[in-house]
Design a protein around this ligand. Structure first.
Ligand code: TRP
Ligand code: SF4
Length: 337
């Protein structure tokens, strides 16, 4: 029997999400599902970046606390396990802000202005004034979130890769200026690109909260079936007698991700020969989704608000101990009195 490794002998990973509210199947496939699997091999730190929510939602903060609870419930429902992962809340850890401040001192403005999401988001979120210092500093706060746990890997999707790259540059610069003797205190973490399969929403575009095309992890079975019924299909298949192509159909994409090989074979044959109708095909896709969602919803139903808060507080205490350890080294390296 292989030796059971203690958590601390495993490589450490850290990742987080902004509290956007209830998570959908896209969040699950793009992040959570991968995080759950990482728990077998890594020492895991996963958190909710509620300060990061302030960078865009500073004018109305009323959604942030409720959304934080929903995300935490989805973390647990998806299978993040407080016995194997440290689950915590960013805003309870002032040391993240302290490290962010120290990074602010050494980071050239140009590094932040060049981060691709900076201009993109400013152009996309036109209803908000994002010409703030906090919004520009978003990736620097993220660098502090990461480096304060000295992880080897940061599991994120492609969309966050530039932020991890900046984190590495910040670590390098910090280590150039500050050391303990000749020892570097902030190792450069590597991005661990998590597979983010193409997951279409009900309108065929990428599943995204801002498109209103999502299937939530909490959607009950009738709701899932209803959403599937309105889902777009191969546009070439207008009549029941027209053959179609699952490779050109968002429902086909769902089958590829979630259905058994047997069902998938029936979909390809039936669609291409017009042997099955789209309604039947969508029913099978809904069956597969319901199978994924059922255990998640059962775990969620067993959670209480008080229990969730306790888990979050306990994880936050453990994260705090780890963050304090790094900050002791950081303060010593910076050499303030
Ligand atoms: N920027 C990330 C997102 O939008 C959230 C985040 C904040 C994060 N700090 C992090 C992710 C540190 C990974 C590591 O999803
Ligand atoms: Fe799409 Fe299925 Fe209809 Fe083919 S039969 S077009 S895969 S919904």
């Amino acid at each position: 029997m292989p030796e059971q490794s203690t958590p601390s002998s495993r490589p450490r990973v850290l990742s987080g999400m902004r509290p956007t509210g209830k998570l959908h199947l896209g969040n699950y496939m793009g992040a959570l599902h991968n995080w759950v699997k990482l728990q077998d091999q890594y020492e895991c730190y996963f958190f909710i970046a509620d300060w990061h929510a302030l960078t865009t939602d500073y004018a109305d903060t009323s959604n942030i606390a409720p959304a934080t609870m929903e995300v935490m419930k989805d973390y647990l429902a998806a299978g993040l396990d407080p016995a194997r992962s440290v689950l915590f809340l960013q805003s309870k850890l002032p040391e993240h802000a302290e490290l962010f401040l120290l990074f602010a001192m050494i980071t050239p403005l140009g590094w932040l202005e060049r981060v691709p999401t900076y201009k993109e988001q400013q152009e996309n979120l036109t209803g908000k004034d994002l010409s703030t210092y906090g919004f520009l500093g978003y990736p620097l706060l993220q660098a502090a979130d990461i480096l304060i746990y000295q992880p080897q890997f940061v599991p994120v999707g492609q969309d966050q890769a530039a932020h991890v790259e900046l984190t590495r540059e910040v670590a390098r610069r910090f280590n150039q200026f500050y050391k303990i003797g000749d020892r570097e205190v902030l190792p450069e973490p590597k991005v661990l690109l998590t597979p983010s399969p193409k997951l279409p929403g009900t309108d065929g575009r990428k599943m995204s909260k801002s498109y209103g095309n999502t299937i939530e992890l909490t959607d009950p079975e009738p709701e899932v079936r209803k959403k599937l019924k309105t889902m777009v299909t191969d546009p070439a298949r207008i009549r029941r007698t027209d053959p179609g192509d699952p490779d050109k159909c968002p429902v086909g994409d769902l089958h590829k991700l979630f259905s058994t090989p047997e069902t998938l074979a029936k979909v390809y044959d039936g669609c291409r020969s017009a042997g099955i109708g789209c309604i039947e095909c969508k029913g099978w896709a809904a069956d597969a989704l319901v199978q994924i969602l059922n255990p998640i919803q059962e775990r969620r139903a067993a959670l209480t608000d008080a229990g969730v808060k306790e888990i979050l507080e306990d994880g936050t205490r453990r994260a705090h101990a780890r963050a304090l350890q790094t900050m002791a080294e950081v303060r010593s390296a910076v050499k303030l009195a």
